[in-house]
Design a protein. Sequence first.
Length: 180
Amino acid sequence: MKSKLTAVALAAVVAAGTAATAIPASAAPAKAEPTRCHTADLKAGFAMGDDAKPEMEQTKKQTQAYIWFTNQSKRTCTLSGFAGVDMIGAQKTDGTWSLARSSKKPEKMILKQGDTVDFSINLLPVAKSTPQKEKFVPAKFLVTPPNETEYFTLKWPFGGQILKQDGATRPATYLNPIGL
């Protein structure tokens, strides 16, 4: 009954030559959620602060390197999941190593213009004396944002070598989701 009266009242206003629109608050459009970040929206690099550099000279335990993404677009966007990371080796025998993912659960990260988020890569460094076939010497990292196909090429700035486990079921070198 109420909607019938509203329609009659609106018809009377329109007939009088004045248009009026009444939209109940519940029918107002909701603010759109930000869409995902695309490669073109982002910049990427290795975190270079003293607390962010991996300890590549030690060979007794895992260490971490951090890669960041900064939203350089004029819009707010989201990142969620795992980046794709392929390491390209410096030795002829290294080839390309696509890093495995951790079992950690990703969270949606909202990046306003200028915001930065990072993710970590766990690495297992080895001694220089390790036989060549057992070590991987990183030269470049191809880093693809989640759900994208275009990547950034980052030069590995830290030196050292990593225990080669590119065929392992549970390698000690792997990556974590964005924001973790």
